[in-house]
Design a protein around this ligand. Structure first.
Ligand code: ADP
Ligand code: ZN
Length: 759
């Protein structure tokens, strides 16, 4: 079977010219998957452009709607007239409208929804203009007693106060909206002296401090070659995407920076996508230092407040910021003239949106690049198989940085076979003797260590060592996790939490809750083994709140912490020269997950984590603990053999015609009743099987099956897992036969094209 082309060429036709227009087709800001035609009054005819937001009559009221196209003839005979422009300038550049249309067709989502999703709420709401408003801040007070005294019997005020403490401060309107407290609540808090409300306009630029400029580094030969390749595409009439493979610490970012400088020199801008977690001020600072003298650098990510996001967006739209750095949704940044799009760590799964529209920002980047005729750089030490395959097929160009800068060596990787660890005190130790010894050694030399835990996989369960009973969530089909600090059992999917039973509910075994292997237990083991060390735990549980993550990183960088223990959060992108040891304690539980990408994911994670070691002048060492030490993913990682891994994994994917050889589409049905949900998804499968269009392309429709996690929040889940070479046809038929059908009220249907999460 032949792989389907990435983009069909007709998508690349130039945008229509601005001519005299009489009618406009609009997408209303309503939850409707439909476009409507209006007449343009003569006064507006020459002024309305695609992406303008218009005020239009809607029944007896008015609504706002985006101008999408300009038909010669309207769909209905007497269309009504546009009332006026909501804003003088279009909110969306034409390329984003085109992108939304493609998303609707490809990802099987509503066009209107795709369009709306491109604009920050604060921009659409227009409430958060640059005007002066009230700024609320906690009054300096660490008087715990007084606070609880003052807020006794004032539940709403207490909630608002706690919300404010977490946020640090905010605009009155924004805070009120986000935590549901009325302005009166804030006023009451101000009267009690707990908060201050002022009228000053604060600079909402999240990282506005002035920075010293830096100068470009002298590139080594491989970096120069990579830069030259990208620059050649900057000037090409039909630029191709460039895969930049570079081992960890090989200086990929320096190449991006110099390529972006070239784009700026050509009067254009640049868009840089990074996984959320790489958006540490450290990264952003590097861009600001480099470009601060030429342009402002806008930042877009999920930790911004609504107002900050609004301001950053306006800086981009207004052209003051020509460099944009941001997470997934920054692909929709309204940059007028991008010259280069960079996707750093392109293999990262955070680029895939896990709710509708289920887009993949890397793929949209490639598409936006094609629409705007600008090169796209996809950088990674461990590129995704999709991208590797596209490079093999010559759809992408490729450059390689095979060595670390300044001839730093890649770390030596040891694999420790946990099955052969001698048991101590009846149990096998969680940390192997060799890794323990290595950590002690580093501590004595005042070097730092990173210990990586994998939270994915089923390794966090509370199970009875005597009868094997596993405590399961009553609402979800996953094991409960034991939290020792609170002596509770919790579900990580819903909010279920209950006191931990003292004894096993099945066999009454009494040491029940102290056994079971969870990540927390590993953390405990680390703390109790290395008593003299300063240990910082970093994961999504311990890192809530806006600045916690940054503070923890600062402490580690400054040497105030010796061992950083963490999950996915610390796997990539971080650069700490004093880290000479990395321990990966439980990577291979995730190899067991029912997901064709399991091996790829584990491999990438190991290489990325290992890449944190030895980035300074002392060589690094890595220990991987494993129960499956001969698994290919582990063996290839051990030899830093990315190419070898990709070759073998592509063979496996080819044999099963898994992605990248076909597209994976996951249709999920959820409902309260198991029987009803199963019945509905089976009906959907039957409808698809009966489709002539799908018969014509020979589309296989397998039987639906319960999802690997069969129940979440009391909703039963069923999957229909489809592999296809014709994603656009399949999406269209799914829309007709599944989406636009009436299902019982409590049944929820989602369609995930190029699905990444298989659970
Ligand atoms: P990567 O993104 O590939 O992990 P970085 O771009 O972060 O690597 O580079 C790692 C370190 O090497 C950084 O501190 C960077 O300043 C430095 N570096 C990059 N290129 C050069 C170069 N040509 N000469 C000297 N140092 C460099
Ligand atoms: Zn649950």
């Amino acid at each position: 079977m032949k792989p389907s082309p990435m983009h069909s060429p007709d998508l690349l036709t130039p945008l229509e010219p601005l001519t005299a227009r009489t009618y406009v087709r609009v997408a209303p800001e309503l939850a409707l998957d439909k476009l409507f035609d209006y007449a343009l009054p003569p006064a507006l005819a020459g002024r309305v452009q695609p992406g303008h937001r218009l005020k239009v009559p809607w029944g007896r009221q008015t609504t706002l709607a985006y101008a999408v196209e300009f038909p010669d003839q309207p769909q209905v005979a007497n269309c009504r007239e546009v009332i006026g422009l909501a804003e003088a300038e279009p909110l969306l550049p034409p390329v984003l409208i085109k992108l939304a249309r493609w998303m609707a067709d490809y990802y099987c989502c509503d066009f209107n929804q795709a369009l709306r999703g491109m604009l920050p709420d604060a921009v659409r709401a227009r409430e958060d203009g640059f005007k002066q408003r009230y700024w609320v801040q906690a009054a300096a007070a660490d008087r715990e007693v007084t606070v609880s005294e003052l807020l006794k019997n004032a539940k709403t005020q207490r909630r608002a106060w706690e919300f404010l403490l977490k946020r640090g401060g905010g605009w009155l309107a924004e805070l009120s909206r986000e935590c549901g407290a009325t302005p009166a609540v804030w006023r009451a808090l101000a009267d009690k002296g707990l908060v201050t409300v002022s009228r000053e306009r604060m600079e909402r630029d999240p990282l506005a401090a002035p920075l010293a400029a830096d100068t470009p580094l002298t590139l080594n030969a491989e970096q120069q070659a990579a830069l030259a390749l990208i620059v050649s595409q900057l000037d090409a009439p039909r630029p191709q995407p460039v895969l930049l493979r570079g081992v960890t610490g090989s200086g990929k970012t320096e190449v991006y920076l110099q390529a972006l400088a070239e784009a700026l020199r050509r009067g254009r801008g640049g868009l840089v996508l990074v996984p959320e977690i790489a958006l540490t001020p450290q990264t952003v600072e590097r861009f600001r230092r480099r470009f601060g003298a030429v342009t402002r650098v806008a930042v877009l990510h999920s930790h911004l407040s609504a107002g900050e996001r609004h301001d950053q967006w306006q800086l981009i739209r207004g052209g003051q910021a020509r460099i944009v750095i941001g997470a997934r949704s920054a692909i929709f940044a309204p940059l007028a003239l991008p010259g280069l799009i960079v996707v750093d760590e392109e293999h990262e799964h955070t680029y895939k949106q896990e709710e509708s529209p289920h887009y993949h920002a890397r793929d949209l980047a490639v598409l936006r690049g094609a629409f705007e005729r600008v090169p796209v750089v996809l950088g990674s030490a461990t590129p995704s198989l999709e991208t590797v395959y596209n490079a093999q097929q010559k759809k992408y160009l490729a450059a390689t940085l095979s060595r670390r800068v300044e001839d730093l060596r890649l770390p030596v990787i040891h694999v420790l076979d946990l099955r052969r660890e001698p048991p101590a005190d009846r149990e096998r130790p969680l940390i192997a003797a060799a890794l323990r010894a290595a950590v002690h050694d580093r501590l004595s030399r005042h070097e730092q260590c990173i210990i990586f835990l994998n939270r994915r996989g089923y390794s966090t369960s509370l199970s009875c060592p005597q009868c094997g009973h596993v405590a399961e969530c009553p609402h979800c089909s996953v094991p409960l996790t034991y939290h020792r600090a609170t002596r509770t059992v919790c579900c990580h999917l819903c909010d279920h939490a209950a006191p931990a039973p003292r004894a096993c509910p099945e066999c009454a075994f009494e040491r029940y809750q102290y056994l079971g292997t969870g990540t927390q237990k590993i953390e405990d083991a680390i703390v109790s083994e290395f008593t003299a060390a300063r240990v910082c735990r970093m994961d999504s549980d311990s890192m809530r709140g806006r600045h916690a993550f940054q503070r923890a990183l600062d402490d580690f960088r400054a040497g105030r912490t010796d061992i950083l223990v963490g999950t996915q959060m610390i796997a990539k992108g971080l650069h700490f020269p004093n880290v000479t040891l990395v321990g990966i304690v439980n990577c291979d539980a995730a190899l067991q997950l029912p997901d064709f990408r399991a091996a790829e994911r584990v491999f990438q994670q190991m290489v990325q984590v290992a890449g944190r070691a030895g980035r300074g002048d002392r060589p690094g060492e890595v220990f991987i603990q494993s129960h499956a030490p001969f698994h290919p993913a582990i063996q290839f990682a051990r030899h830093h053999d990315v190419e070898g891994f990709c070759d073998q994994e592509l063979d496996y994917r080819r044999a099963h015609q898994y992605p990248p050889f076909r597209r994976a589409v996951l249709v999920c049905f959820r409902g309260r009743s198991e029987e009803k949900t199963r019945f509905c998804i089976e009906t959907a499968a039957k409808r698809l099987r009966a489709s002539k269009a799908l018969l014509a392309i020979g589309q296989e429709i397998p039987d639906p099956a319960p999802a690997p996690i069969q129940k979440i929040r009391d909703r039963h889940r069923f999957h229909l897992f489809l592999l296809t070479s014709h994603p656009l046809t399949l999406s269209r038929v799914i829309r007709e036969q599944v989406f636009s059908q009436e299902w019982p009220d409590d049944i929820r249907v989602t369609v995930d094209v190029d699905a990444v999460n298989m659970l």
